[in-house]
Design a binder for this molecule. Structure first.
Ligand SMILES: NC(=O)c1ccc[n+]([C@@H]2O[C@H](COP(=O)([O-])OP(=O)(O)OC[C@H]3O[C@@H](n4cnc5c(N)ncnc54)[C@H](O)[C@@H]3O)[C@@H](O)[C@H]2O)c1
Ligand SMILES: [Zn+2]
Ligand SMILES: [Zn+2]
Length: 361
């Protein structure tokens, strides 16, 4: 029997989201239904609403979530009813080119639920990042459920489902930040601050936070930034060079996804350093860089999809660090809100008033 629950839907490009009745089918083979307990508002949800990801409206938004498995379909063995899980958007297939090469964190054929959640009139919904968790119940592929220690509250755990994992992974997995490295992070929202916290966890020496909003820079300090630069007032490339003996940083992370910011990150890195793009650009954006500089500076220009994470490896590890008091997930939660408040949360995100608003059920 299908369930009818409330969910947050983006019906058309740029229009405010609405609360709709969502029909969630019983799980089929390999699928699971999860009672969502908490779901963070990520900037990518706003990108979906703005039509910046694709045009497959209507979208069921929300993808940074934790909950409890309430039903499983035939053949599901990795989770059972009652398990506390974080939802992931990288249910690895085990068979694609990346998986076959032993690099499942790049999996090119990740699993999502085969059935669709719909509106009451049968219109199929496109779930954000194959999840769609701004809803009381959520149908996913069972591989999208990563079991974690229930001692971690869902408001904190859910953050690992997207933004915090993306940021931590951009620093540690993609950027390879290691003890003593210098790092600059451009854009100190949930993702950028997680890159800062991840760099601290990895033992970075100098961690420079760059943002255009002083409030964000204050929060970034609490996450582990050793220096801050307001790039509206100060040239960030010059500032970063002067903080690093004139050379630039080992790892420069763009957590905004804008050509001007990417260029700053490119120029603010030391020879043989690494640039990581984790912010998501829109499809019209372009960059122009002198090719001689791309060559002459050496190093690596990398992109980070979901922090190159492997959920089965990284979620339980970060939850353990959280429970040991070594990684403060609670610091990312600016407010808890209800489902009706997602549109207001987008506004607060846009105005820079929050790091993460988290919908609780
Ligand atoms: N690669 C991935 O897998 C992945 C996962 C999650 C989110 N994202 C993307 O990461 C980006 C950040 O997400 P978020 O949730 O942290 O967003 P956010 O809105 O909370 O934070 C963005 C931050 O960037 C700052 N900013 C804006 N313009 C700037 C500029 N020109 N220079 C410096 N700082 C600037 C803002 O003040 C804000 O603090 C988004 O593009 C999001 O879609 C990527
Ligand atoms: Zn694969
Ligand atoms: Zn996200």
């Amino acid at each position: 029997m299908a369930y009818e629950v409330r969910g947050v839907v983006a019906r058309s490009k740029g229009a405010p989201v609405s609360i709709e009745t969502i029909v969630v089918p019983d799980p089929g083979p390999g699928e699971a239904v999860v009672d969502v307990q908490a779901c963070g508002v990520c900037h990518t949800d706003l990108h979906y609403r703005e039509g910046g990801i694709n045009d497959d409206f209507p979208f069921l938004l929300g993808h940074e979530a934790a909950g409890v498995v309430s039903a499983v379909g035939e053949g599901v063995t990795n989770v059972a009813v009652g398990d506390h899980v974080i939802l992931n958007w990288r249910a690895v297939c085990g068979q694609c080119r990346a998986c076959a090469k032993g690099k499942p964190w790049y999996c090119f054929a990740t699993h999502n639920a085969a059935q669709r959640m719909t509106l009451a009139d049968g219109t199929e919904l496109s779930p954000a990042l194959g999840i769609g968790a701004f809803a009381e119940k959520n149908l996913v592929h069972s591989g999208q459920c990563t079991k974690v220690d229930p001692a971690a509250p869902p408001t904190a755990a859910g953050l690992l489902g997207c933004g915090v994992m993306a940021g931590v992974g951009a620093a540690i997995n993609t950027g390879g930040v290691s003890r003593g490295d210098s790092v600059a992070v451009f854009g100190c929202g949930g993702v950028g601050d997680a890159a800062i916290a991840g760099s601290r966890l990895a033992g970075a020496g100098t961690i420079i936070a760059v943002d255009i909003d002083d409030r964000k820079l204050e929060w970034a300090k609490a996450m582990g930034a050793t220096h801050t630069v307001n790039s509206k007032e100060t040239d960030p490339v010059e500032a970063i060079k002067s903080l690093t003996g004139g050379f630039g940083v080992d790892v420069a992370i763009d957590a905004v996804g804008h050509p001007a910011v990417y260029e700053q990150a490119f120029l603010a890195r030391d020879l043989a350093g690494t640039v990581v793009l984790v912010g998501v650009p829109n499809p019209t954006m372009k960059i122009e860089l002198p090719l001689i500089e791309v060559f002459g500076r050496g190093g690596a220009l990398k992109s980070s999809w979901y922090g190159d994470c492997l959920p089965s490896r990284d979620f339980p590890m970060l939850i353990d660090l959280y429970l040991q008091g070594r990684f403060d997930l609670d610091a990312f939660v600016s407010e808890t809100i209800g489902l009706d408040d997602v549109e207001a949360a987008f506004e607060k995100m846009h105005e820079g008033e929050v790091l993460r608003s988290v919908v609780v059920f």
